[in-house]
Design a protein around this ligand. Structure first.
Ligand code: SF4
Length: 372
């Protein structure tokens, strides 16, 4: 038996789910990209004493998301911003939006005189209930984010991942005792999951995020109705499109010939991507094959540049993708700084042509988070 718990957009689960038809009749699994920092507050300054969740700001109205600020022990504070991987804006950049988030007067005051300790980025699956694939099959089970188990109302999946792991372990134990790991036996996991608080949480959140795809006001109204209708809200919303299908072309969204403006960062409150990556502790052995597979780079240099303005340069929160002049030809070519990768998986999900595949790098490299 194999239990797949690879987090959001696991590269094994991503192949397995369609190959075994586990997603038949389900909506596509959709995601948010979250960026997060931990700060140290100067000595003598009062730390925050409550948890704050925010909605919208500074995201455009057509991009779902919000932020969070939590106090931590030892004069530390953590804050972050999550934004829909389905943003229609081809120039949308979650890292940069987060830097603007910190410029809000309230947050700026909280961080003033403080020091950035750690940075990280990760996707979370947000689609929930209607997108949960069949979780068992002959010889295997899906748990946690690999099975889209995430409560979108509370932006929280760790409790669901742990419970699903425990129930999968119990089903695996029964299967071992019976000497039978077929789906019939492992189905015990799925049945018990549906009787547990995991399913109750997912059901109560089933229409929460989907309604925001129809605009922020509709989403908020639906959230209020959801509280008194057990999660139904205004209606049963089902989102049928994958994130990568929702990006609009530059000409449609920004106007013909528009180019994205570079971000501005002061190095004290706001940081560029290279500085942020430094604070993630990311290390990869340089002498290894690139773990970001781009199927056909001629698309990057041709169609993608024309249609979407090479959005990977913007949407990667670690500055891995760069369009740089090639020394030999003098033409702009895609450069992949794979050693910067913080393993968030945004590129594997958001790329509008579906030609980027993230695979685990050799040698166990990656971000070294200690506080996130
Ligand atoms: Fe995330 Fe892809 Fe950038 Fe790595 S290369 S940090 S997985 S978007």
């Amino acid at each position: 038996m194999t239990i797949f718990g690879e987090g959001p957009r696991g590269n094994l689960a991503k192949t397995l789910i369609p190959r075994l038809g586990l997603n038949e009749g389900k909506t596509p699994i959709t995601y948010l990209t979250g960026v997060k920092e931990v700060w140290e507050i100067p000595e003598g300054k009062k730390n925050l004493d409550e948890v704050i969740h925010t909605l919208g700001y500074p995201l455009p109205a057509d991009t779902y998301g919000g932020g969070f600020i939590y106090p931590m022990a030892d004069r530390r504070l953590t804050l972050g911003l999550l934004a829909g991987v389905n943003s229609p804006d081809p120039f949308f950049d979650t890292h940069e939006a987060f830097q603007r988030y910190k410029e809000h007067d309230f947050i700026k005051k909280l961080l003033e005189g403080g020091k950035l300790l750690e940075y990280g980025a990760k996707t979370v699956s947000i689609s929930g209930y209607y997108s949960v694939p069949q979780l068992t099959f002959d010889g295997g089970m899906l748990i946690g984010d690999s099975g889209a188990l995430f409560d979108s109302r509370r932006i929280k999946g760790v409790h669901l991942a742990m419970k699903s792991g425990m129930l999968a372990a119990e089903a695996a134990f029964s299967a071992l005792l019976r000497g039978d790991a077929t789906r019939e036996t492992l189905a015990e996991y799925e049945e018990r999951l549906k009787e547990s608080y995991v399913w109750k949480d997912l059901r109560a959140a089933r229409n929460f995020h989907q309604a925001f795809d129809r605009g922020r006001m509709t989403g908020m109204l639906n959230a209020a109705f959801g509280m008194v209708t057990g999660g139904k809200g205004l209606t049963e919303w089902r989102s049928g499109k994958a994130d990568c299908e929702q990006m609009r072309k530059v000409a449609d969204y920004h106007g013909k010939g528009a180019v994205s403006a570079p971000g501005s960062f002061d190095g004290a409150l706001t940081f560029d991507k290279v500085t942020s990556v430094f604070h993630s502790g990311t290390i990869h052995e340089e002498d290894q094959p690139c773990h970001l597979h781009v199927e056909d780079r001629s698309i990057c240099h041709g169609r993608c540049r024309e249609e979407f303005g090479n959005p990977c340069v913007k949407f990667c929160p670690a500055g891995v993708y760069e369009m740089a002049e090639d020394e030999e030809s003098g033409e702009e070519r895609l450069r992949i700084n794979f050693s910067n990768c913080v393993h968030c998986k945004t590129c594997d999900i958001r790329d509008p042509y579906g030609i980027i595949t993230w695979v685990p790098p050799e040698g166990g490299g990656g971000p070294k988070y200690t506080m996130l």
